[in-house]
Design a protein around this ligand. Structure first.
Ligand SMILES: Nc1ncnc2c1ncn2[C@@H]1O[C@H](COP(=O)(O)OP(=O)(O)OP(=O)(O)O)[C@@H](O)[C@H]1O
Ligand SMILES: [Mg+2]
Length: 316
């Protein structure tokens, strides 16, 4: 067993406020296996950036332990810093410098020899489709280009663990997809990605595991499918060739809603494999042929809104 890339236990953080301390993180535990994408999902003010800042050694936690890339964050912060890269929620790009100059500056900060720095910069410009824009000041870049440059700058140090704080907020759907592909390509090279997002679809698309953060606590954690199964609303829809079979199936299953027009039987359930197999086996034992099966799991939106106690109307 290799050690997880990130382990955090009992993270706490509060800031002094007018009416006593404001608790921002209230005992957060996280485990991110190496070579995977982990998404921390939460609404504005949930504590996402605070978590990233603590894990990336930018601010201290009030309590808790963190291990990253095999190093204890409290005892070996420099080793942790050497292993990670951070792309913050707000850009680190210097707008007065060109894209290339920004990258060369990062190479200097990482003490890369001149030649190697130039090679690294050129390779990253190529990889992030910024060759044409490389000589222009970053102030002339679009939002998507600036995000790509930002991430390219993070990669100059060849980090094993990368933190991306809301990497696609404010990007149009096309730029968002480009960024997703970049993240997937990165993980394919073996790095570990810890990203925060407010977009459920983004977590669904990218993440191996997702944690929902709300008011400084993790209210759920799992794969997208596991999270979707946490809340009611899932069902299996069976389709039959005729009304006789539908009627027989309804009697055998003993539950659900039959639709004689559509010849479907909708059976409530979590959409899990076991329940589905039991259902099909029961019908098969009675020789009732099933023409079609569709599993409906609630989407992450439903999960998030249910678990945070929000309704779709007041959520955004
Ligand atoms: N330096 C600080 N001093 C006081 N309060 C702070 C400080 N930094 C963060 N907070 C508070 O902590 C809470 C969590 O902030 P954080 O930036 O971690 O949220 P977030 O999940 O990243 O939100 P967003 O989606 O808006 O980026 C907020 O209520 C914020 O006001
Ligand atoms: Mg934030």
């Amino acid at each position: 067993m290799t050690e997880p890339a990130i382990t955090a236990r009992g993270l706490r953080k509060s800031y002094p406020g007018k009416n006593g301390d404001k608790i921002v993180l209230d005992g957060v535990d996280l485990t991110v296996p190496a070579g995977t994408i982990f998404a921390l999902l939460g609404p504005n003010g949930a504590g996402k950036t605070t978590t990233v800042q603590i894990l990336s050694t930018l601010i201290p936690a009030d309590a808790g332990t963190v291990r990253i890339a095999g190093h204890d964050l409290a005892r070996a912060p420099d080793e942790v810093r050497g292993a990670i890269g951070v792309t913050g929620q707000y850009s680190a790009v210097d707008k007065l410098l060109t894209g290339r100059e920004n990258l060369l500056l990062m190479a200097d900060l990482h003490h890369l020899p001149r030649k190697q720095g130039k090679r690294t910069a050129d390779a990253l410009l190529e990889r992030f489709d910024l060759v044409e824009a490389a000589g222009r000041p970053a102030s002339t870049y679009s939002g998507g280009m600036r995000r790509r440059l930002d991430l390219a700058m993070t990669l100059v140090g060849d980090p094993r663990v990368i933190f991306l704080d809301e990497p696609t907020t404010g990007l149009d759907p096309r730029s968002r997809r480009t960024m997703w592909q970049i993240v997937r390509d990165l993980v394919a090279t073996g790095v570990t990605i810890f990203l925060t997002t407010q977009y459920l679809e983004e977590a669904d698309q990218l993440a191996d595991r997702i944690a929902l953060l709300d008011h400084g606590r993790l209210i759920a954690e799992g794969t997208a499918d596991e999270l979707k199964r946490l809340i009611p609303g899932g069902h299996v829809t069976l389709t039959f060739a005729d009304a006789d079979r539908l009627g027989a199936a309804h009697r055998i299953v003993g539950t659900g809603a039959a639709d004689p027009q559509a010849l479907t039987l909708q059976v409530p359930g979590d959409g899990g494999a076991d329940a589905l197999r039991d259902l099909l086996v029961a019908l098969d034992e009675h020789a009732v042929a099933v023409a079609g099966v569709a599993v409906h799991t609630p989407d992450l939106d439903d999960v998030f809104l249910t678990l945070t106690g929000q309704t779709k109307e007041n959520a955004r």
